[in-house]
Design a binder for this molecule. Structure first.
Ligand code: XMP
Length: 516
């Protein structure tokens, strides 16, 4: 039997993938298609329901998205959201007007037609998130208002035609009961069974990668992080030895990381990995450099150079390379496509371009529609080690931005030891998975200490632990004193060269997560 599919037509809203996520959370499959997708192609998915997303346009804009109005005649239940509502009203004979008052932000909705199946089980007033300039001024024949805000119509219904639409965004976090509304649409209205699983995602992704790649050869840069690892394992599952992964030791990885990644992905999961120890090259390029941005740029440039050399070698051996796998997630897609005003570059990683443009490779981004927690779930289904899936984020320039001032081999070795102690103690205390990032920073600050009867004069380590949802803002974590005490004692006792430990109690803003 074909998979039950909800088709989401995207009119350009930044929230469209959130709708897909809300549906996936209900174990129901959905595909997001551009609103310009031809009717026949939409029908080919044999959808059990259709959702029309929000979007930034007005239906009267000259460049309003050119969706085929005949979609509204498909014999399917439909849910319009924001712009989707305007599209429905405009194309079925109603009127959309620029609202006298733009609504943006939280609003309270009062449900007027309690019999609307969309609102089943919901209270009569809802907190919702609004973001619109236009509104329905006159409803098309057969429609009635089902809910209102103080300023405007909030929902419309045409039960005969099985079309419903809401002016607010049920998919966003700021509409707390939104998931229930989406559940109502998916289960009560569309009749979904809710039997879709991550295994189905893996199966269909593997099939589509196979079809796309054919006999081509694919390369993938591994970072040791969750995203590139899961992407690589998925592609490996699809095409096996046609995939070669490149993992570069840039000399500023965590202790044993170069080996661990190889053990986890090559030895345990069978990936074909070219592991390149280029530490010496990187450390030479970092020699004498103290400026954080120069460190980043040099590491970035060196990485591209090493990667290109390896890719060319692989291409010679494999008779050409056609594709590059990237572990891009949905939040990265949003980040790079969102319209931003001129903003100051705080750290250049937010603006760094990727490899493919230069290398003329086609991209495979199997995780492009997913959020981090979904990637972890997929990874679990792929039987990847928890050690890989549970990892905290680690910056590309690695320990180089955690060694303040000059990066020397001796300082790298000191920080690797201290960092390993922080991570292992936080894991031992059962805190690792609930913390966004926890690590040590090496400060080029020498202070006097005493060990046994000996005077010491050595470096300082700062401990950092933060909670965050996406790295954009962060709160410092009040680690238990007992844990801090063990970390401090172990670092000073075990790492010869560090004799003082301090704790960073700065949130972001005003601080940043990394010290450089
Ligand atoms: P900041 O320090 O800007 O960090 O508060 C926010 C998040 O980004 C990570 N980070 C980086 N990641 N290259 C990366 O790939 C970088 O240059 C870089 N700098 C910071 C940081 O670890 C945190 O998760």
């Amino acid at each position: 039997m074909a998979t039950q599919t909800i088709v989401i037509l995207d009119f350009g809203s930044q929230y469209t993938q959130l709708i897909a996520r809300r549906i996936r959370e209900q174990s129901v499959f959905s595909v997001v298609l551009p609103c310009t997708t031809p009717l026949a192609e939409i029908q080919a998915h044999q959808p059990i329901g259709l959702i029309l997303s929000g979007g930034p346009s007005s239906v009267y804009d000259a460049d309003a998205p050119a969706a085929d109005p005949r979609i509204l005649s498909l014999p399917l239940p439909m849910l319009g959201i924001c712009y989707g509502l305007h599209f429905i009203v405009h194309n079925l004979g109603g009127k959309v007007l620029s609202a006298p008052r733009r609504e943006y932000g939280p609003a309270e909705v009062r449900i007027e037609d309690g019999a609307t199946p969309l609102f089943a089980g919901l209270p009569s007033t809802l907190q919702v998130w609004m973001s619109h300039g236009d509104e329905a001024a006159q409803l098309p024949p057969g429609f009635h208002g089902a809910a209102v805000t103080a300023n405007a119509l909030a929902a419309i219904a045409n039960p005969e035609r099985r079309i419903w639409a809401v002016q607010f965004h049920p998919e966003v976090h700021h509409t707390p009961l939104g998931p229930q509304l989406i559940r109502n649409f998916v289960f009560n209205i569309c009749g979904a069974a809710g039997d879709w699983t991550p295994a189905h995602f893996i199966e269909s992704t593997v099939a589509s990668i196979r079809e796309k790649v054919g006999k081509g050869h694919v390369i993938c840069g591994l970072s040791g992080g969750v995203d590139s690892s899961v992407a690589a394992v998925l592609v490996h599952r699809a095409i096996g030895s046609q995939l070669t992964c490149i993992f570069v030791n840039n000399g500023v990885l965590r202790k044993n990381e170069f080996q661990n990644v190889q053990t986890n992905l090559r030895d345990k999961l069978g990936l074909n990995i070219v592991a390149v120890d280029a530490s010496q090259r990187f450390l030479t390029r970092l020699d004498g450099v103290t400026d954080p941005e120069v460190k980043r740029k040099r590491i970035g440039a060196e990485f591209i150079a090493v990667f290109e050399e390896e890719a060319s070698r692989i291409a010679r051996e494999a008779g050409g390379v056609d594709w590059l796998v990237q572990g891009t997630l949905y939040p990265d897609v949003i980040e790079s496509s969102s319209v931003k005003g001129p903003s100051q570059t705080i750290k250049s990683h937010h603006n760094v371009g990727g490899l493919p443009a230069k290398m003329k490779l086609k991209l495979i981004e199997p995780l492009r529609d997913l959020f981090k927690d979904e990637v972890r779930r997929i990874g679990r289904d792929l039987q990847m080690p928890e050690d890989v899936l549970g990892r905290q984020p680690f910056p590309g320039p690695g320990l180089a931005v955690r060694i303040l001032g000059e990066v020397t081999p001796q300082r790298v070795a000191l920080l690797q030891e201290a960092d390993e102690i922080v991570v292992s103690e936080i894991k031992a205390a059962g805190l690792y998975n609930s913390i966004w990032q926890s690590f040590a920073v090496l400060l080029p600050v020498m202070s006097v200490g005493v060990m046994g009867d000996q005077r010491t004069y050595a470096y300082t380590a700062a401990i950092r632990a933060v909670h965050s949802e996406d790295g954009m803002t962060a709160d410092w974590v009040p680690l238990p004193y007992e844990v801090l005490k063990r970390i401090s004692a172990r670092i000073v006792n075990e790492v010869r060269g560090i004799n003082r430990v301090v704790y960073d109690i700065t949130s972001k803003p005003p601080g940043t997560i990394e010290w450089e």
